[in-house]
Design a protein around this ligand. Structure first.
Ligand code: R5P
Length: 322
């Protein structure tokens, strides 16, 4: 990058989530940059930006959702493309940060994949990163460039408030989610409970205890992501057995891989509330409600361009004011 950027904001959409890119563009009233992203006959990615972006403030919109490796490489090629085209500043906007669960060496001979993602983005030419609810916030420390970490909480809270759940208790399906659950509980003036989860493998978990009062209460079960759906569906089942009444699942990222849809459909949740950080692929769970993070991201991009604070978006977000 040149270190200086001009007045022009450029939104460059990768192919990971065209609908979200379009919604951000509509919200900001900034058109998506004309870019051709295709494949060579052997499957390699072929990219060309068809507009002059010299000196512009460029935002590449690309969640690292499945197919994560394809989307990751495409993001890197877009970053390289912008650098070679003399973009003024380039921000990698990753509504969902893939590989975030591999953030430390918790056993011998394993990679720290989240660090590899960071290394490649920095090497690739990102000047900043904008993301939402990284699985582990400390991944920010893998970067020596600014990382803006937004929360889906204000967007989900707006939807939860509209549901008018009486006397709710906020529940986290594992102890790692206490901080997130506590912030929901504080915002809603609700009690907190914890399901104690032990992971046996990537797809198998064991739930042992519920800490806190859920009998006869309406539950809002919050988490950063649903991947295979094992954690959240098992948690909903155990909460129901312990006497929970209505169960609302509220989750930032719906990866929904493996048997997630079947598990969600079979579990006793009344509502599954998610955001659109990840595109829906194929069959969606029943009882699904989706809220969009496009206005949140659009406002964050506008604030970044104008060098305005992003922390104003952390607790509450009123789409009508954005
Ligand atoms: C765990 O630490 C996370 O917050 C999620 O609970 C977990 O990654 C979800 O995975 P799955 O849906 O495969 O149980």
């Amino acid at each position: 990058m040149s270190g200086f950027y001009n007045d022009s904001i450029r939104l460059i959409a990768g192919t990971a989530h065209p609908d979200l890119a379009r919604s951000i563009s509509e919200h900001m009233d900034v058109p998506l940059c004309d870019a051709s992203i295709g494949r060579f006959p052997d499957g390699e990615i072929d990219i060309k930006i068809n507009e002059d972006i010299r000196g512009s403030d460029c935002f590449v919109l690309q969640p690292l959702c499945p197919p994560v490796n394809e989307n990751w490489i495409e993001l890197l090629l877009l970053l390289d493309c912008l650098r070679r085209a003399s973009a003024g500043r380039t921000t990698a906007v990753m509504p969902y940060y893939g590989y975030a669960r591999k953030d430390r060496k918790d056993e011998g001979r394993v990679p720290i994949s989240a660090k590899v993602v960071a290394n490649t983005l920095i090497q690739g030419g990102a000047d900043r990163v904008l993301t939402i609810d990284m699985h582990a916030a400390q991944i920010q420390g893998f970067y020596d460039i600014p990382v803006d970490h937004l929360y889906a909480k204000p967007v989900l809270l707006n939807a939860i408030r509209k549901m008018k759940v009486e006397n709710p208790v906020i529940v986290t399906p594992d102890v790692g989610g206490i901080k997130m659950a506590r912030s929901y509980a504080k915002a809603l003036g609700a009690d907190l409970a914890i399901v104690d989860k032990r992971r046996i493998s990537g797809s198998e978990i064991k739930l042992e205890h519920v800490i806190g009062e859920v009998d006869g209460r309406n539950v809002i079960l919050v988490d950063d992501m649903i991947s295979t759906g094992g954690s959240i569906s098992e948690a909903a089942t155990i909460l129901k057995k312990r006497g929970a009444k209505k169960i609302v699942i509220a989750v930032s990222h719906a990866v929904l891989c493996g048997s997630a849809v079947e598990r969600l459909d079979a579990c006793p949740a009344d509502i599954v509330l998610i955001t659109d950080t990840i595109p829906s692929r194929g069959v969606a769970p029943k009882r699904l409600e989706i809220v969009s993070v496009a206005p949140l991201l659009g406002t964050a991009i506008q604030n970044l361009h104008a060098s305005k604070s992003l922390s104003v978006l952390f607790d509450t977000f009123d789409e009508d004011d954005a």
